[in-house]
Design a protein around this ligand. Structure first.
Ligand code: FMN
Length: 168
């Protein structure tokens, strides 16, 4: 089977997007996968990769800046590659709008697989202000998790792109 060189670029504040990035990486591990944490390298070089998967968390309705900056800075390059996009968030009602707001129209239109993978609330990691704010977003639910089905569907879409790419 032909392999693809895949970069997974992510930023995570409390660890959930990192977890999601690792799960996706494992599921795609028949390929050559490199994970890039934007906290460690804010502008990784993905010019040698065939596919770039980009993910980040939503806080207060917004994708976090390091992800936005990476996309903006690399827009031209990303438009020449296969790309996949995902967000981690807990507000399912807001997901469509949050996703649209997270990535530019050009990047979204070019993407071959998009996903809202759910999220987690790890209360020990939140400060007092965040705990207060989160009650509003969480709407009194406490249990949130990465959505396995959404993750599997996302990876399936990516595999379809890989199959197409390798037979082209
Ligand atoms: C202070 C705060 C604000 C948040 N705001 C939103 C929000 O506006 N919409 C949403 O869907 N999720 C929101 N979340 C949930 C996060 O997106 C979720 O916890 C996600 O898993 C965080 O990912 P990370 O661990 O990679 O940083 C918020 C969480 C916190 C702690």
């Amino acid at each position: 089977m032909q392999k693809m060189k895949i970069a997974i670029v992510y930023w995570s504040k409390n660890g959930t997007t990192e977890k999601a990035a690792n799960i996706i990486g494992e599921k795609l591990s028949e390929n050559e996968v490199d994970l890039f944490d934007l906290q460690i390298d804010p502008d990784p070089n993905v010019s040698g990769h065939d596919m770039v998967i980009i993910g980040g968390p939503i806080y207060f309705g917004m994708m976090q800046n390091p992800v936005k900056m990476f996309c903006k800075h690399n827009e031209k390059l990303l438009l020449e590659k296969e790309i996949g996009l995902f967000i981690c968030s807990i507000s399912r009602e807001q997901d469509e709008a949050q996703f649209e707001n997270a990535f530019s129209v050009k990047i979204r239109n070019h993407s071959r697989a998009n996903a809202c993978l759910g999220g987690e609330l790890i209360f020990e990691k939140l400060n007092f202000f965040e705990k207060l704010m989160v009650w509003k977003v969480a709407e009194s639910h406490l249990e949130f998790h990465i959505d396995q089905l959404e993750t599997d569907t996302f990876v399936e879409k990516l595999y379809a792109v890989i199959a197409n790419y390798c037979t082209a």
